[in-house]
Design a protein around this ligand. Structure first.
Ligand code: MN3
Length: 278
């Protein structure tokens, strides 16, 4: 069973047999801790559910494990699966070198410390008191897992269901939300991320951007939230294909957004929110 999956996976792995190649295969042969099943039932919009019907409603999370037990997850599709939006070489370098390095350095940084037994959410909640190596590498590890799951070769379009309704409620329309997210992604100076998150107090959706490998779960952020969609705007995410044209990368990004994953994460927020911001 593919519970080796990622943060809050929408489970695109099971229908991506090629994910078993290379490093992914190695990862799967390790003994993995049992995933924590969540009881959420996903009720996706028809167009989204049609993409991965057999996985709707099946959510797993490994993030509640002690940090030292976290594993480096397989990419949920082939390296070239996101072409032409993101080219194979970019995915390969981004996933296998950058992301893997963040993971390795995070595990190293928490090793032998009290952080070993904390969940990554507990670590993010105490970020301001912890070493910068944990902030950069823990953020880098977590953010990229979310990023890969947020994307799919079968993605694109617009969300329906409860997520689509919430976006309309809080932004006025999907177009208005997208304009806001685009703006955050394009104007983030230097390296960082733009996010769509859920406010833990009010439940409202909001857009923000963070520097470096920070994310809205960290207590170093002025507005904290549970991220459900993130775009990496570090140059390593797009430079080979788009060079300095970040705006073109951001525009193309929408063609591969895995809305089923974003909606699943949105619903998971309500399952997990009590454990996220302590
Ligand atoms: Mn990156």
């Amino acid at each position: 069973m593919m519970t080796a999956a990622l943060l809050i996976t929408s489970g695109s792995m099971a229908q991506q047999p090629d994910a078993k190649k290379g490093e992914a295969k190695k990862a799967q042969t390790q003994t993995r801790p049992a995933a924590v099943p969540l009881s959420t039932t996903v009720k996706s919009a028809t167009d989204i559910a049609a993409q991965q019907p057999e996985k709707a409603g099946k959510l797993y999370s490994e993030w509640m494990l002690p940090a030292a037990k976290l594993t480096f997850p397989a990419l949920p599709y082939d390296l070239d699966a996101l072409e032409p939006v993101i080219d194979k070489l970019t995915v390969e370098i981004h996933y296998d070198r950058h992301h893997r390095a963040y993971f390795n350095n995070f595990i190293k940084a928490v090793g032998g410390t009290e952080m070993e037994t904390m969940t990554i959410f507990e670590i993010f909640s105490k970020m301001s008191e912890l070493p910068v190596s944990v902030r950069n590498n823990g953020g880098g590890f977590f953010n990229h897992v979310l990023y890969w799951n947020n994307l799919s070769p079968k993605g694109g379009g617009e969300p329906g269901g409860e997520l689509g309704e919430a976006i309309t409620k809080y932004f006025g329309s999907f177009e208005a939300f997208r304009a806001k997210f685009d703006e955050a992604a394009k104007t983030r100076f230097g390296s960082g991320w733009a996010w769509l998150s859920v406010d833990p107090e009010k439940g409202e959706l909001f857009v923000s951007s963070t520097a470096n490998q920070d994310n809205p779960l960290m207590n170093t952020e002025s507005r904290r939230g549970f991220p459900i969609l993130g775009i990496d705007v570090w140059e390593h995410a797009y430079y080979l294909k788009y060079q300095n044209k970040r705006a073109d990368y951001v525009e193309s990004f929408w063609k591969i957004v895995n809305w089923q994953d974003v909606e699943a994460r949105y619903k998971q927020f309500y399952e997990m929110k009590d454990k996220l911001f302590r």
